[in-house]
Design a binder for this molecule. Sequence first.
Ligand SMILES: Nc1ncnc2c1ncn2[C@@H]1O[C@H](COP(=O)(O)OP(=O)(O)OP(=O)(O)O)[C@@H](O)[C@H]1O
Ligand SMILES: [Mg+2]
Length: 292
Amino acid sequence: MLIKPVKDFKKYEGLFNKLMHGLTASIFHADECECRIDLSATRGVGIRIENLIKSYNEVQVLKGINLEILPGETFAIIGPSGTGKSLLLKHIVKLETPDSGEIYIDGHPVFQSSGNNQKKNDYRFSMVFQSSALFNSLTVGENVGLWLREKRVCKEQKIREIIREKLSMVGLEGKEGMKVSELSGGMKKRVAIARSLAMNPDLILYDEPTAELDPVTSDELANTILSLKQTTRNTTVIVTHDLNFALYVSDRIAMINDGQIVEVGSPVQIKASQNPVVKRFIYTTTKGIKGE
Ligand SMILES: Nc1ncnc2c1ncn2[C@@H]1O[C@H](COP(=O)(O)OP(=O)(O)OP(=O)(O)O)[C@@H](O)[C@H]1O
Ligand SMILES: [Mg+2]
């Protein structure tokens, strides 16, 4: 079924407003030039998660998550399916509310409202969803430039330049005119990544970025994430069960199992962990050919 752009947009407007609430605050006080905000100025924001608990139908899914992610870190959260990884990301971007506990981003509580003392978030953040969440009725280029246009962040010519640049970063140069329905799963994921990169976020969250990518494209994405770290100072949080990807791109890794963090450390520390849950996860994802 073809959905009209405006209808499609309305459907997701609330969600995107939530994800973009950090952007609007900083648009209006910058000088009028090619862009109304300085997209090259990114900064890492720290995240502190304190005793986060969430249940559905009396089943506790997040069982008291405690985690600290430092400003500018590339941090991976690994773990088996159904353990609460996506749910944790959704709490960080405020798409879910915990039963108890708190998340502090850039030092400010995400959930607790502290009346007059509440400081407006002024960081830009974006999330690449496990499902990509693209607008089917828009072209690739329109998806990538959606928020730059919607918020009138830059002049049109600059927006086109940014779209070109971000698509080329994910290996999709020249694909602006393609429709979402013409893309493979992996291409959709890469468009979703380009869309997130378009605003040069201070905090970018990826949910299973390599799930539909072939090994070569996964490797290219890993290198894109690493090279982004040389040009920006953003904080990157990656939820994945792709252990090799996590080991390759991350400064630190946390393993979540059954709604709890069971290990945190550098890739070297995670690989050497004696925690039986971590050992088993590593063994099952790297065991190689039967009988060897
Ligand atoms: N809105 C919801 N309502 C009810 N249950 C939910 C909801 N969101 C998540 N859950 C449950 O929470 C658990 C964790 O889900 P989550 O999506 O975080 O898993 P995951 O670790 O990301 O798994 P995967 O690796 O398969 O993506 C699942 O059992 C899921 O059914
Ligand atoms: Mg998930």
